[in-house]
Design a protein around this ligand. Structure first.
Ligand code: RFL
Length: 403
């Protein structure tokens, strides 16, 4: 590192500066490191926060293959649990789909995102990877040229400048990478689905042995195992509702009503240890590149959690980007980098389409919608087709567990 005299800005350099240490940034960092490409990760949060932030949990079969072939899957092979059944509960009863017997016959691996991130970080550090925590990227500068640089602040708030050949924006939807793209250079597709979920993490074992999707006049409720001791639940709520508006007791009552616990089995209750209101939104940038700045993960596209695709896309994109960057930096030509955006967008739009379909499967139209009764009948018919048509079930399975 050098310190420039006048501005007292600390300067450093790497071939690739990666912003963000989530699944996208850490898969990318590991794969660049494995290929001998000089890289550094800048992460705004503390190491402790990065290792414990609970979010996703369902990894698609292809995500597991990506992690396995890159030797990043030791932890999930040891502690992940295979899962392949989902259950739908509606006013017409309930039915189960074992998607390992449908479509491509694949399963999910349930492995909490914070454990995957922690494994990736341990491996990266063990291989001598460079990462700076509590270092916030402020902006990516001169990305339209060959020598982009990142303006950042170190843990003491001092300015830091990182020179690079390429910058990888893996810093999520509100990160510096997105903010640094000049208006008009990249198209943004955005849809607010007008639906919010109260996302909950309970210190309680799963209540039954399937992912549960309940459609009820009060709104949607979801049940997803995380570990034998913890379960994620979702409750559709009014957009803008504060996350702490409902007590734990009210949450369990509402979950029991919507999941029709009195008709089936009682819910296994426990303390709610995390709650957040999540607006169901879709957001895609096109292309996923501005000059020497490349986007991956939530920075590239945001997808509603209705189909559990976000972390899976992040891992897949990071693998594609690592190979393309390595090819270019080794002098094998820019073709792979030039194709990065189009290749990823194909996966992204397919996932967006399925997630959009899931939203319409699981929610009634808002009552304010003049068409709400019509929409509701369509929703019931969609679920009925899924219950009765093998073709529909195969299509569902292929998209649900695939990416
Ligand atoms: P992340 O994980 O948000 O990591 C971005 C990192 O960048 C840092 N950062 C910055 N660092 C430096 N400078 C800045 N200016 C920075 N700004 C931000 C942040 O601190 C952070 O460490 O993005 P990444 O890597 O793209 O990964 C995306 C996934 O985290 C996300 O798509 C999934 O969690 C979505 N998701 C799910 N995806 C699945 O595939 N399966 C699931 O079951 C699933 N469940 C979920 C989910 C998301 C949820 N929330 C958060 C809405 C359940 C929930 C409740």
């Amino acid at each position: 590192m050098t310190e420039s005299q006048g501005a007292r800005t600390v300067r450093d350099a790497a071939d690739v500066v990666v912003l963000g240490a989530g699944p996208a940034g850490l898969v990318l960092g590991n794969l660049l490191q494995d290929r001998g490409i000089g890289c550094v990760i800048l992460e705004r949060a503390t190491q402790q926060h990065v290792r414990t932030r609970a979010r996703a949990g369902f990894l698609a079969a292809n995500t597991v293959r990506v992690l396995e072939r890159n030797r990043l899957a030791d932890g999930l092979r040891r502690r992940g649990r295979e899962h392949s059944v989902c259950e739908f509960r509606t006013e017409d009863g309930r039915f189960r789909l074992d998607y390992s017997r449908l479509g491509a016959g694949e399963r999910h691996t349930v492995y909490p995102q914070q454990e995957l991130v922690s494994d990736l970080l341990t491996r990266y550090l063990g291989a001598g990877g460079r990462i700076h925590f509590e270092t916030e990227a402020v902006a990516v500068r001169e990305a339209d040229g060959n020598r982009p640089w990142v303006e950042a602040r170190d843990p003491d708030g001092r300015p830091v400048r990182w020179d690079a050949r390429y910058v990888a924006g893996c810093d999520g939807r509100h990160g510096a990478a997105r903010r640094s793209i000049p208006p008009g250079t990249v198209r943004r597709h955005h849809r607010d689905h007008g639906i919010s979920w109260l996302g909950l993490l309970a210190d309680a074992p799963p209540s039954f042995d399937a992912v549960g999707y309940a459609v009820h006049p009060h709104g949607f409720a979801g049940h997803m195992a995380r570990t034998p001791e913890t379960t994620r639940y979702y409750l559709q709520c009014d957009p803008g509702m504060p996350p702490d508006a409902w007590s734990d007791a009210r949450i369990w009552d509402e979950l029991a009503v919507r999941m029709r616990a009195s008709d089936y089995e009682a819910l296994r209750e426990g303390p709610i240890v995390q709650r957040a209101v999540v607006g169901l939104e879709s957001d895609v940038l096109e292309p996923l590149r501005h000059g020497s700045l490349f986007l991956a993960g939530d920075a590239a596209s945001l997808i509603s959690p209705s189909a559990a695709k976000g972390a899976n896309l992040a891992v897949l994109e990071a693998e594609i980007l690592a190979a393309a960057l390595a090819e270019d930096l080794r002098g094998a030509g820019p073709e792979a980098l030039q194709g990065y955006s189009a290749q990823c967008l194909e996966y992204i739009w397919r996932a967006q389409e399925f997630s959009h379909w899931m939203i319409r499967l699981l929610h009634s139209a808002p009552e304010a919608d003049r068409d709400s009764l019509f929409q509701d009948r369509l929703r019931r018919s969609r679920i009925e087709a899924l219950r009765t048509s093998r073709t529909q079930q195969d299509w569902f399975a292929e998209n649900y567990v695939g990416i």
